[in-house]
Design a protein around this ligand. Structure first.
Ligand code: NAD
Length: 394
């Protein structure tokens, strides 16, 4: 499988869940795409998975055979990074390890033309740190796709400290051409989605630990507020270990800011191997067919809590914290209000963007709710962002 290199060639390094998905997106957008993986045969397996997925779409009549054939023709593999053809962009989707990524970027910089954009799909590493391995860090940025890349529309276009404006603009336009909805942000811990979403999980876990309500009741409260899933059932689906790792990474990268401190309940679950659906038990217990057991909300408790004091209202408390987080990100100039709202709607399926939600509730109301929480639970977790405290109308 070889494809002659061309100006629009795209290369993808790492043919796992994300790499293969990104290669599919690029090939379907009309690029010749070359995949490479460190493990022998993994790139070919990635191509085979893409084609098998497209064959299923063809069987359902969602694509025709000519399209399937064109995408299959566009995909090629090589066995070493040095063999990748000169590419307009290389997207890296290898193991989440700074040393591994730096070594790879150094190699890419040595073998690709000077104007090739070098992009990382990292979920949690600092783009500026990855770019340190490259003589010209202006060409490095993050293109954070969501899983599965062919389905999820959102891509966070992440600017490192040295990324050039041209590279950000070109990559943003490319994502639009690939049928994605790009949002731009600085290389801040967790970028937009993984940062702003932290309190969605953290508040429910704290309410659970405090014995305010059981898990089923807390989840039901958030579902009724318009969230597709409750925060606790969602962490069981994501995997408690995976969710804890993201939370811990943001907490560590923010010098242990109490706003992101992981909870004892989640650490205990992980230590006990109760990782969620994949182990049959997490916050909930699951039957062999994956259905959830003992998940009946307590209607009376729900009525008492929602609309009651903010300290024990799972919805008001969670939404206030989401708004605070979003306001803070915008206030620090790390993303625009529109991009934060778009990212949260598309990346997490929130019913409303947090800034839109804050405006609806009223920023002064949210600031007051946070001040109440800060008095009830001192320590800094609930401190309002300076922008909120000043009741800045965003
Ligand atoms: P994965 O384990 O499914 O795939 C990683 C692939 O990279 C493997 O096939 C592995 O053999 C290969 N690899 C490892 N080191 C390599 C190297 N030096 N050179 C070439 N290939 C190498 O992982 P994944 O879930 O696809 O994640 C890949 C990246 O995408 C990570 O940085 C992850 O943080 C990020 N990400 C993952 C998700 C997700 O939901 N899985 C979402 C967004 C971003």
């Amino acid at each position: 499988m070889t494809t002659p290199p061309g100006p629009s060639h795209v290369s993808v390094v790492g043919a796992g869940a994300m790499g293969a998905g990104i290669a599919q997106v690029a090939a379907m957008a009309g690029h010749p795409v070359t995949l490479v993986d460190a493990v022998t045969g993994a790139a070919e397996d990635g191509v085979a998975r893409i084609i098998a997925g497209l064959q299923r779409l063809e069987a359902k009549g969602r694509i025709d055979s000519a399209r399937l054939e064109a995408v299959a023709q566009a995909l090629s593999t090589v066995t070493h990074v040095a063999e990748l053809p000169p590419s307009a962009v290389v997207v890296e989707a290898v193991r989440e390890d700074l040393g591994v990524k730096q070594q790879l970027f150094a190699e890419l910089a040595a073998h690709q033309p000077a104007d090739t954009i070098l992009a990382s799909n990292t979920s949690s590493l600092d783009i500026t740190a990855i770019a340190e391995a490259v003589p010209d860090p202006a060409r490095v940025l993050g293109l954070h796709f969501f899983n599965p890349p062919p389905v999820m529309r959102l891509v966070e276009v992440v600017r490192g400290a040295h990324t050039s404006d041209t590279v950000v603009t070109t990559a943003t336009e490319l994502m639009t051409a690939w049928g994605k909805t790009p949002v731009r942000c600085a290389s801040t811990p967790g970028f937009i989605v993984n940062r702003v979403a932290r309190p969605f999980y953290g508040e429910a876990q704290r309410l659970l630990m405090a014995g305010v309500a059981d898990a089923a009741t807390l989840d039901e409260a958030l579902r009724r507020a318009g969230f597709r899933m409750g925060p606790l059932e969602l962490t069981d689906l994501i995997g408690q270990d995976v969710n804890l790792a993201v939370g811990t990474s943001v907490w560590e990268q923010t010098d242990h800011d109490p706003r992101y401190e992981p909870t004892a309940v989640q650490r205990d679950l992980v230590a006990a191997g109760r990782l969620g659906r994949k182990t049959g038990e997490g916050i909930y217990r699951y039957a062999a067919d994956g259905t959830m057991r003992d998940a009946v909300p307590d209607e009376r408790r729900l009525e008492e809590l929602v609309g009651g004091p903010v300290e024990t209202d799972p919805v008001a408390r969670t939404v206030a914290m989401l708004v605070n987080e979003a306001v803070d990100l915008v206030h620090r100039g790390e993303a625009t209000a529109d991009d934060v709202d778009t990212a949260m709607r598309l990346g997490t399926n929130y019913p409303r963007g947090p800034l839109e939600w804050g405006a609806e509730i009223g920023y002064a109301v949210v600031a007051e709710q946070l001040a109440t929480l800060d008095r009830a639970f001192p320590g800094g977790r609930y401190r309002p962002s300076p922008a909120l405290a000043a009741r800045v109308d965003l």
